[in-house]
Write a protein that binds this ligand. Structure first.
Ligand code: NAG
Ligand code: NAG
Ligand code: NAG
Length: 373
């Protein structure tokens, strides 16, 4: 008996830690180390309140240059098959409890931070005891933890801010996770803050007082203009929340309702983005349209920039270098200059069109020679 009890307790303890969820480790979040450590054993809830699980101990402040991209990386055990996520900012301190004071700069529909059948095997632990799993080392691998280069808009105001990752898991209980990192933004155009205010409010659900999402990959409503569809959203994923207006067409798709056909060439300018960063900056887009783009109406497939067509989709050039992928229709970035369109579970690398770059599942123009709206 005693032995049984002891091992059950030990098992519970073990499960308690192995079931820890994903933690954003870069940019360095509040309480990554220290006594009140961010363990992310639970989603937001009464003991881990919105915003930021109630945590605000600065470990280190990450400097971010507007108009470039910021690496976002994770540590973690339970990936729940991935899901949809947002990257948002607030400039307020203390951290606002009004979600409308958090503005989203990038939205990923599906594939965040994994594209997997379920939970990945635990491969080890970090120095703080958090479970970790296989890392892809890129933004497109499957059955491994991805990392993303998130474009930081050039038009952001400069100053101290808080960068948040919010995550709606694909499989399991309907939950929302949130990690926040103190950042210092420079190089922005600053201005009157109109650009920032016109960004969409962070989407929030699955906590008391908010709606409850449905199952599968969430189609986040009002995702803004900047983002990528890495997996198709599940029908009914809105649950009791506002229903998104079709599968979003990010970037070029926001200019008009070019539904049904591949999205027009996405133009986002990041003239000085280093090739390795593959960041496109998105930044020079002005919000002259009065703000937030509404998602164009539904297209069946993930956004396929016309650049991809130009890059030789006709070339059925044999399976050399073919990589497994999912879902069909997704754009797989092999590198900033090489991509593949996922078809029948495989993607064949091919060069991106001159002047474009592949990042986080979308192909964007590297330099803006012309305005597009
Ligand atoms: C991402 O985080 C993992 C730890 O979970 C680390 O091993 C890996 O080196 C990190 N990748 C980058 C690019 O920092
Ligand atoms: C940002 O925070 C740092 C450290 O708290 C402070 O020294 C600095 O003055 C702040 N900068 C601005 C622009 O508020
Ligand atoms: C992305 O990561 C996966 C898993 O590590 C790997 O199989 C794939 O080749 C990588 N793709 C690129 C372009 O590096």
């Amino acid at each position: 008996m005693t032995i049984y009890t002891t091992s059950a307790a030990a098992l519970a303890l073990l499960l308690g830690t192995t079931r820890a969820h994903m933690v954003m480790n870069t940019p360095t979040p509040f309480n990554l180390h220290g006594t009140d450590k961010l363990l992310q054993v639970n989603p937001l809830g009464p003991s881990f309140p919105f915003p930021c699980q109630g945590l605000s101990d600065v470990v280190s402040t990450t400097s971010i240059t507007a108009g470039t991209s910021q690496l976002v990386n994770f540590t973690g055990g339970a990936q729940h098959g991935g899901g949809s996520c947002q990257f948002s900012l607030t400039y307020e301190n203390p951290l606002p409890t009004d979600k409308a004071r958090w503005k989203t700069i990038y939205t990923l529909i599906g594939g965040c931070p994994v594209s997997a059948e379920g939970n990945l095997p635990v491969t080890g632990r970090d120095a703080d005891g958090r479970a970790d799993a296989l890392h892809c080392g890129n933004d497109s691998g499957v059955e491994c933890i991805r990392q993303f280069n998130i474009p930081i808009p050039k038009e952001l105001p400069n100053g101290n801010a808080t960068f948040a990752w919010t995550w709606f898991n694909k499989i399991g209980n309907r939950e929302v996770y949130m990690n926040c990192a103190p950042v210092s933004i420079t190089g922005g155009t600053g201005g009157n803050g109109n650009f920032f205010r016109a960004l969409p409010d962070m989407f929030l659900a699955n906590i008391p007082g908010e709606c409850t999402t449905g199952n599968g990959v969430l189609n986040i409503p009002n995702p803004g203009r900047f983002g990528a569809v890495l997996e198709q959203p599940a029908p009914g994923s809105e649950g009791s929340c506002a229903k998104a207006d079709g599968v979003p067409t990010f970037e070029g798709g926001s200019g008009g309702g070019s539904s049904g056909t591949p999205v027009s060439t996405p133009v986002s300018s990041a003239s000085q983005a280093p090739p390795a960063a593959s960041s496109s900056g998105f930044a020079t887009q002005t919000s002259s349209a009065g703000g937030v783009a509404t998602p164009a109406s539904s297209t069946a497939a993930a956004p396929i920039p016309s650049a991809t067509t130009g890059a030789g989709s006709g070339s059925g050039s044999g399976p050399s270098g073919s990589q497994p992928c999912s879902p069909n229709g997704a754009i797989i970035c092999f590198s900033p200059t090489s991509f593949g369109l996922c078809a029948n579970g495989a993607a064949i690398p091919q060069a991106v069109a001159p002047g474009t770059t592949c990042n986080a599942g979308v192909i964007v123009r590297r330099s803006a020679k012309f305005a597009f709206w």
